[in-house]
Design a protein around this ligand. Sequence first.
Ligand SMILES: Cc1cc2nc3c(=O)[nH]c(=O)nc-3n(C[C@H](O)[C@H](O)[C@H](O)COP(=O)(O)OP(=O)(O)OC[C@H]3O[C@@H](n4cnc5c(N)ncnc54)[C@H](O)[C@@H]3O)c2cc1C
Length: 478
Amino acid sequence: MGKNVDIKLLESIVGKENVSNHPAIRYVYGADASVHQSMPDVVVQPRTIEHVQEIMRYANAELIPVIPRGAGSGMSGHTVPIDGGIILDMKRMNRILEIRPEDMYCRVEPGVVDDDLNRALKPYGMFYPPSPASSRIATIGGEIGNNASGIRSVKYGATRDYVLGMKLVLANGELVNLGATTRVEAAGYQIHRLIVGSEGTLGVIVEATMKFIPLPKLRCLGMATFDKIEYAGDAIADIITSGAEPSMLELMDHIAIKAVNTTLNMGLPDVEAIVLFEADGKVKEAVDYEMQTMKSICEKHHGEVKAMSYDAQERTRLYAGRKKLFAALSRYKEGLACTALADDMAVPYSKMAECAKKIHEVAEKYGVIMTAYGHCGSGVMHTKILMDPTKKEQWEAAKHAVEEIYDYVHSVGGITSGEHGIAISKAPSWKKARKDLLPVMRAIKRALDPNNILNPHKLMDAPEDWLTATPLRYWVKA
Ligand SMILES: Cc1cc2nc3c(=O)[nH]c(=O)nc-3n(C[C@H](O)[C@H](O)[C@H](O)COP(=O)(O)OP(=O)(O)OC[C@H]3O[C@@H](n4cnc5c(N)ncnc54)[C@H](O)[C@@H]3O)c2cc1C
């Protein structure tokens, strides 16, 4: 913090209206959807590739940290500038440059919002599938940065499966073209793939070439209730191993159900677990077949299938509780904050129910509230920690709870993050589990960013204790 940033010079590059060091702006840009908070020195909004190149040349020469930022919806402190510097807000580079339905790809600037891209693709009968639940605000640059995925990733995969190529500005300001526009490419290092999930630490994406696919003509969504979460977990594992092709497979535990029922009056059945299952496709008989297969599997595992519908309005109604869950958890109980800690681990299918139970057990042990829900079809188990953020001891409890849950996840062959990335708050546990990887990642970082200016102190270089890594975004009583 407190770098000698030359505001006048930055203004001369991007224009006065695109630079701000006003304390209120710096405060807002000092946080994302995580628990962390740390102010940048300045926020800059480039409009062109040349702007980004000039900013990087300047920052590299002066050793000023640069944090590329999309919507700032990261859950683990991705765009929180631990050491101050420049927030490079890419939201103004938001043009869809080209849509080529005949070749099934588009070229976009990094600030294009996911939903806007899908709105633009719809008239062509196409869609970009890996959309996260935050697709109303998340940018393509941020999705690449985090390798985001979402509710339909069980069938369609993650962001990494859709990036064909990109233009990248390196730390020294050089521009490189990576990948290709063709579906296949076997021409050396797949560096564009390395950038996926790099969390802004290796370069600034200034253009992305993304593939898309035809929209399915039909979608059918079902809801099954279960009296025991183990039954729901077994049903999920069985659906996946049966060869059925769900396009969505979501779990909600009793706390998630209670949250949407009490805060949003959703009227979901009062049971221990709900599984939402969806199939999509071109031919009704084929979709029916998938739905019937999943229904039978749910029933085999003591589930009660309450609804199955092709109707768009009914599907929206059935899914509303899951969609609004994050908001509902935030209002679960007066005085409790919903914190994104240990929020998106990936676990083997066979451990889904056990993991949910472990989450509940750990929550009870440490006196916090934790849910278990998620895109279980793609192996992602979400949780949030609900706690009184003003109490120091609750933070300590959360820290122990997080550690214990990650230790469990790693012990069963799972991984720290299936979706949201590592950044700051997940780094300590992830580093502990992946010690072998860290020197390789550091060597790559040194090669591409020798002065360590791009989003420093994240991932493998993040502090060892997330609780003290930055000030917290909450008022904590001494
Ligand atoms: C309510 C809610 C629901 C969510 N649901 C999901 C979900 O279902 N699935 C999921 O995967 N995530 C989810 N997220 C997390 C987050 O929204 C996604 O990871 C999203 O892709 C981040 O996009 P963003 O534009 O906000 O990126 P940011 O948070 O701004 O940035 C993310 C990372 O990418 C880097 N970055 C951004 N732009 C560039 C660029 N141009 N060049 C290089 N690096 C760049 C940043 O430095 C940072 O490290 C959710 C978040 C919230 C708040």
